[in-house]
Write a protein that binds this ligand. Sequence first.
Ligand code: WT7
Length: 650
Amino acid sequence: MSDPVFSDLLKEERVFAPPPAFAADAVGTPALYQRAAADPLKFWEDHASELEWFEPWQQVLDWQPPHAQWFVGGRLNVSHNCLDRHLAGPRRNKAAIIWEGENGEQRTLTYLQLHRQVCHFANAIKSLGVVKGDRVAIYMPMLVEAAVAMLACARIGAIHNVVFGGFSPDSLTDRINDSRCKILVTADGGWRRGKQLLLKNEADLALASTPSIDHVVVVRRGAEDEFACTMRPGRDLWYHEIMLDAPVECRAESMDAEDVLFILYTSGTTGKPKGIVHTTGGYLVGTYTTSKYVFDLRETDIYWCTADVGWITGHSYIIYGPLANGATVFMYEGAPNYPKHDRFWKIVEEHQVSIFYTAPTAIRAFMKWGDELPARHDLSSLRLLGTVGEPINPEAWMWYHQNIGSERCPIVDTWWQTETGGIMIANLPGAKPQKPGFAGHPLPGISAVVLDEDGSEIATGSGLLAITQPWPSMLRTLWGDDERFRQTYFSRWDGSIYFAGDGAKRDKDGYFMILGRVDDVLNVSGHRIGTMEVESALVDNPVVAEAAVVGCAHELKGQGIVAFVSLRGKLAGDEELRDKLKQHVAKKIGAIARPEEIIFAADLPKTRSGKIMRRLLRDVAEGRALGDTTTLADPAVVEKLRTLYEDKEG
Ligand code: WT7
């Protein structure tokens, strides 16, 4: 056996069983795990049968590693399953989407109304020459029309390529050109933290170098001329105008289960963005099934996922998974701290949100803003909480549990990736106890393991997270680069095992704790230490809101640990606190993990999806020129840090 991939330092002993009333009629039961383990293919096939197919499949799975085909020969349409399927029964007039603008405006679309909008828009883009297989770029704020555009593409078999509205014109250009999109759907603008976001102007910069784009469809966010934008005659069209002329009758295209549904670009740590390819049947079955059980969906729920539709979380758990289940989805346009820092809790109270799904980075911001903000609101409608995107530190988990869930709501910590399409590891909320900081067990039908460098399984302990069997919503390839697909995900071991790029540990109960990206791992005196463990130890101290840990070159130890720390409330850091925190880490996980240096900072550099960019912190810690900063949410943050660090070093 090779050396352990990660040290296993953080001890977590707390266990929270599902509340008995929750467990008593949970959608996902312990028996589901047994059923899936007994016959995984049958498990997926049974769930596929809950959806509507135009033609049945002949074979559940054809696996030629690294290429999987699911529901071979089956034909279906995703928009039909998210909309038409619900129109024959009582969901016909149920709210599909409840939307709130940052300025307080509200809009509700029933399944019938959403269906009509989607059909109109599908016909509208057809009239612009979009046919099955064409790529459509979508660059939108969080508006209902983003969902309409995605579902309209799915309806006619066009492949959508959603680009997060916070990305720069250059990123949009690259993503349009790589997949040669035929049209772009955007908006004149949106509201963010009380300011106008002039999206069409951004798009125009990108459109200067996108020869494949024939037309641009522009949604008008406000009143006429409220958001400044120019329309190029012949190319640019208003959404509301082309909708007027479009007929409402629109047959859902019969798609092969393996036809591409969408491409979504993900940046990764190095190289150019990867165009993750998801297909029709498997993706829908995966997101439908995981939404149903992980979120314990009921007809009466108001389900709110705070992600942006520009990320995979938005695709799978705002649009496709919940709508395939006939759920009511709440959608919010703006910032969590506008007009005040309690906006989310005001929304929960007003709309009686029952399921709330957000990211650890948001939770740590809520912690920083103070306990009194959620305390001011009636959050008793909530019954289930979720997190995704990063490891959640046990202390943040506890804060969420106490201050948002009133110690009453189970928390599902969901591990997955753009590549996996749907949730892979999470304890079903009514079937298994939760442990803070642990995502838990692989979902029924998913085979996740921890392996060492040689590919031997580590039953308890830490190593590399891997998936040993194909799953329906897995990526099929990278757009235009199948070799990079194989290299990146299937070349680490025997060619049939998926390498996720994350470190994980498994405890004696089989719970997985995700330790962070393998690229971020520290090596202190020959011990590999996950960034997550040291960060959790720091956040465990009540004065710390957020921490990011990186390695710096160290003469003796190989690497030393540098911690960037932001404090809660309005606390200021000093030498005494620095020592106290170093002590705290040493006590919590051992002297080996004691930071060499602690830098206090108001903010940490993050990507627009809220992930801390440790690569840049490493540059700061090692005094190098900063690498690519174009994906940072706020480039000023890292410059400020560098000044702080240099001052410190004298
Ligand atoms: C990476 C994937 C999948 C939706 C959002 C991110 C990290 C994700 C967790 C979790 C620990 C997590 C992993 C993963 N990650 N969820 N619950 N606990 N880490 O999608 O941008 O494709 O990022 O996010 O490192 O590999 P993504």
